[in-house]
Design a binder for this molecule. Sequence first.
Ligand code: SAH
Length: 397
Amino acid sequence: MTASIYLAKGRDKSLRRKHPWIFSRGVERIEGSPQSGETVDVFAQNGQWLAKAAYSPSSQIRARVWSFEKEEINKDFFVKRIQQAQLLREEIIERDGVTGYRLIAAESDGLPGITIDRYQNFLVCQLLSAGAECQKQVLVEALLECFPNSNIYERSDVSVRKKEGLKETMGVLHGEEPPESVIIEENGVKISVDIKGGHKTGFYLDQRDSRQQSVKYVKDKEVLNCFSYTGGFGLYALKGGAKRVINADVSQPALDTAKHNAEINGFDISKKRAVFLNADVFKLLREYRDQGTKFDVVIMDPPKFAESKAQLNGACRGYKDINMLAMQILKPGGTLLTYSCSGLMEQSLFQKILSDAALDANRSVKFIERFEQAADHPVDTAYPEGFYLKGFACKVL
Ligand code: SAH
């Protein structure tokens, strides 16, 4: 018999709005003894059936909803969700000519805790919830039904799994081990992805649209690409005719790949048209400022500074600091392309931080364009937390 969760009085509101999380404090009682990740029925206090969810005994998020319909959570269920997600991406795949994209964006695609990125015929899964872990085999079968010739690899080597009582893990789930380099393409740019050793599942697919939108600002310009990872924005800048691009990152393997990426695209990087600099961006920006080195365009795409609410204040200081420095090293009329991938940092707060940075930099700054995560990272109306990546193009006078 399926175990059941009964919510406390009044704690069914968010579920009725189709938000997929059930917090531990909202649970009144549990009938049966569900194992970690097991599918349970969820009821309101008055006994009304609400959803099928995956139970997670260790997490504050005690259960995550698979479905608001009375259906079995089996291979067919996953096939349906995967097909729906793939359909949603087909326009993007066509339009941007992509062979690397986010197939499943977890809660936003109705599959809580499951992220799947596709790089050519490699499907890379990151499973972050007890429910996702429990359904791993079924998920693999469903993926193979949708993409019969694919290889499936797991990159669940992330510490947040602890919250769900899960250990970090990675390895082959089906087919071949990924080679060191899988080449994907987006908007006519080739990118080498290291599925096993790269960050996240190998690449930051979420910045694809912003990378494309950055191209119009770079022709004949001196560009500083901060936190470059494997070149992303820098490659688009070279494509867009930048005079010179400096890519700065602290990861040498990422910089090596960035250089390799410039080469496989056939970009002319002789005469130092592209530079790959192993440097801490916080220090580098200060050095440039103190030396009086100036740029036409600065791209600022740092890692997530705020993992929790407790870190938000510190994160604000970090964002303000780097953006102030970026403004200071821009030539008059220069462009700052700046991003925040911290979900806890709302767009309005980020805008405020940039305003404070402008004051401290003593520069007049205009917001001229806004950016969001790429379209294969959709936001479900019921799950606003799915919106995490935002950015601005600013003119710095
Ligand atoms: N813009 C990239 C993604 C950037 S991810 C793209 O479009 O693909 C963030 C990067 O910041 C990572 O590569 C990480 O190695 C780097 N990083 C983190 N802290 C850093 C620091 N203090 N200085 C320089 N790079 C840093």
